[in-house]
Design a protein around this ligand. Structure first.
Ligand code: MBD
Ligand code: FE
Length: 287
């Protein structure tokens, strides 16, 4: 795939905008204000122990140590810490925080969620541009609790990249809420969403994460995916991603975020459109 200068600038901006977004939406220090010192001690010490073990095992040189320092400084200056952490660490955090669930499998949030996307009702079309690229996709589904009861009034927040692989509010030149919408299930828990299929996504290659990828000889691709957050009163929030069959990166996702249960089974319809059925089962909150 050839990359134009515009696409390159767009990709770089996306990585950095995620830092800005994180600062506006989250108060991470509030959340850990009361974490006991023993917990901080354990986590910080064991991370350092693990790094020390790598240094010893591979006899890391001063040139390598200094390259690491320079690179970490750059990641901060580029605003790519959210991108780095979401791509290479979040999948394990997601795993250990959801392994008790009986309902749907989830996946990572990634760096490009924005809360309060425009409400579309139970049946609606996600905000999109005139002539938006990508195969039109109709998605029908239901939200239920683990006991099978319908969850009416559940929220399905959907956000995804466009057919060039770019997210609104992170890449310039895209209308604010493009391909971002909130759907609310009817009394029967059902919803019907009209959108377009996103393209496979390449994480920005011209920032610090890209430097690491190039230096290590990795690739930068995520398979095409739809992001969702599904919520209902009294139930645990489900954050997930849905994938398309046959994508070459389903088995080789840079963010390690694909699970077999999250791969859709879309059917091709007349006029080259697609339809898909996918339901969500939410776990009731315990206690
Ligand atoms: C994405 O679109 C994404 O979903 C993740 C997890 C990381 C980078 C870009
Ligand atoms: Fe994404």
């Amino acid at each position: 795939m050839s990359t134009t200068a515009h696409e390159a600038a767009t990709a770089a901006a996306s990585g950095a905008s995620a830092t800005e977004r994180f600062h506006t939406d989250k108060s991470p220090y509030d959340a850990v204000r009361d974490v006991p010192a023993e917990r901080v001690d354990t986590l910080a010490r064991e991370v350092l122990d693990a790094v020390h073990a790598v240094v010893r095992k591979h006899k890391v040189t001063y040139d390598e140590f200094n390259a690491l320092k320079a690179w970490m400084i750059d990641v901060g200056e580029d605003g790519e810490w959210p991108l780095f952490l979401d791509v290479w660490l979040e999948h394990v955090v997601e795993e250990v925080n959801t392994e008790h669930r009986e309902g749907n499998k989830g996946s990572i949030e990634g760096p490009y969620y924005v809360p309060d996307a425009p409400e579309q009702g139970a049946t609606g079309t996600i905000p999109m541009r005139e002539g938006e690229g990508g195969t039109p996709l109709t998605w029908t589904g239901r939200v239920t609790s683990t006991d099978g009861s319908a969850l009416g009034g559940a929220k399905v927040e959907l956000w995804h990249a466009d057919s060039d692989g770019f997210y609104s509010q992170f890449a310039p030149g895209i209308p604010e809420w493009n391909l971002r919408g909130t759907f609310t299930t009817g009394d029967d828990g059902a919803f019907e969403i009209h959108t377009v299929q996103p393209a496979p996504y390449q994480i920005p290659t011209n920032g610090s994460c890209g430097k690491l990828i190039a230096a290590a000889g990795w690739h930068a691709w995520r398979p095409a995916h739809l992001h969702v957050k599904v919520s209902a009163p009294g139930h645990e929030l489900l954050t997930a991603q849905l994938y398309f069959p046959g994508d070459e990166h389903n088995d080789d996702d840079i963010a390690s975020a694909v699970k077999p249960e999250l791969i859709l089974d879309p059917q091709t319809q007349a006029h080259g459109t697609a339809s898909v059925a996918y339901d969500f089962v939410l776990d009731p909150m315990k206690g």
